[in-house]
Design a binder for this molecule. Structure first.
Ligand SMILES: Cc1ncc(COP(=O)(O)O)c(C=O)c1O
Length: 408
């Protein structure tokens, strides 16, 4: 039986030293309390070892960033080469231009790009650019969508004043009529509509966008406003290397990327269409580390590797293998599951499990068997997952499904 003794004692210490122990998604409170690891010692490829020495095949990929796998040789070599020269300078490195050129050539809806560090940086910037460009205040977003920790959108209202939210309107994702009704009423005051490429909010089954919803988003937005922003921070590079907008047929004016862009190195990008470039140059957007050259080297190496090796096709293949295997196992045991979203970043829930007890049982057993899933958050696959890893995973999931079966 795997124990989490060191994890638990570190977690107790963390709570004494840090408010909440660990904020938000990396908090072990969001896993299976007492039955999951809390801290990771090291990681390689698609696997990590926790501080108690337990190993896992990882289906969280650091919540998305690790698209080529941990400690990827190509990315690490590019970073090491840059490290020799330096990272944080008094002027940008030439990689600022090299990466800008690479992104503008790669991303379909990009005439220009600028860089930050986190997804929140560029989602906040996108909203400001839209407001600066249109001179309008309102932002329309889907209910429950996560766009980071900006005051205008953070899901937790503590410390946020009402005025910061009063210009944000919401509609149910995929509901084209509700969106149209909202814009009929507020269109002339609306700076932007912001959407994720598919519905991937925590604790919910994922939903791909309906073609009619995409058509209406394209038809109801325009460069003069309301402009269309795609928040591709989570989905970016796991649907299409040219941006998820290409995959779903969306025509955004602004596109936000981060997570998978630098295979774990901190970097984000806002890409935009020509019409919004002037406004983007007026918005004040900076940070001491925004031009960090190591992250830029990592992003260039990650993108080049993904494109040159067709890594995304491999991830889709592995994702399909995992999905089929799990669907067959659940059916063979008479368990009703919903396996939703793209196979490269799926999520699974059980029917008749409103409190996620079955999901927690499934995950706790999977941890014992050396596989790391999340009970409430979508999962991620990487190019480091190989057929052997999926087969090993499926041996674990069969036992985890059986543990759920025994509950009922
Ligand atoms: C869709 C989406 N947008 C924005 C963000 C914020 O990104 P970050 O945590 O890097 O600030 C996230 C993070 O999970 C996200 O999933």
């Amino acid at each position: 039986m795997r124990l989490f003794t060191r994890s638990q004692s570190l977690w107790e210490k963390a709570q004494a030293l840090v408010p909440g122990g660990m904020p938000a998604h990396l908090s072990p409170n969001l896993l299976v309390r007492g039955q999951s690891p809390c801290f990771i010692e090291r990681a390689e490829g698609c696997r990590f070892r926790d501080v108690d020495g337990n190993e896992y095949i990882d289906y969280l990929c650091a919540y998305g960033p690790m698209i080529l796998g941990y400690n990827h040789p190509g990315v690490e070599a590019a970073v090491a080469e840059q490290k020799e020269k330096g990272d944080c300078f008094s002027l940008p490195s030439p990689l600022w231009v090299a990466l800008a050129e690479r992104m503008v050539n790669l991303i379909s809806a990009a005439d220009w790009v600028t860089f930050g560090k986190n997804g929140s940086d560029v989602c906040n910037l996108a909203v400001r650019v839209a407001r600066a460009h249109t001179g309008r205040k309102k932002i329309v977003m889907a209910q429950g969508s996560y766009h980071g920790i900006g005051a205008w959108c953070t899901p937790v209202r503590e410390g946020i004043i009402e005025e910061e939210r009063s210009q944000v309107l919401t509609f149910p994702y995929n509901d084209a009529d509700a969106l149209e009704a909202l814009l009929k009423q507020h269109g002339p005051e609306t700076a932007a509509v912001i959407v994720t490429p598919f519905k991937h909010e925590t604790t919910r089954d994922q939903e791909m966008p309906a073609p009619a919803f995409i058509d209406r988003l394209n038809a109801l937005t325009r460069p003069e406003g309301p402009v269309l922003i795609i928040d591709d921070v989570r989905g970016g590079f796991r649907l299409d290397m040219r941006g998820s907008a290409e995959y779903i047929g969306l025509k955004p004016h602004l596109s936000c990327f981060s997570k998978a862009m630098g295979n774990g190195y901190p970097i984000s990008a806002l890409c935009g269409q020509q019409e919004l470039k002037e406004a983007a140059s007026r918005v004040f957007f900076t940070g001491s580390f925004f031009a960090g050259a190591e992250s830029m080297a990592a992003a260039l190496a990650t993108i080049d590797h993904m494109v040159n090796h067709n890594s995304l096709q491999h991830i889709f293949r592995m994702g399909e293998m995992l999905k089929q295997g799990m669907l067959e196992q659940a059916a063979s045991l008479g368990l009703k599951i919903r396996y939703t979203g793209p196979v490269t970043m799926p999520f699974m829930t059980f029917e008749d499990d409103p409190k996620f007890q079955k999901s927690r049982t499934f995950c706790a057993r999977a941890y014992q068997e050396g596989v790391f899933f999340h009970p409430y958050h979508n999962w991620f696959l990487s190019a480091a997952h190989e057929e052997g890893d999926i087969r090993e995973t499926l041996e674990a999931t069969f036992k985890a499904f059986k543990a759920v079966k025994e509950m009922t």
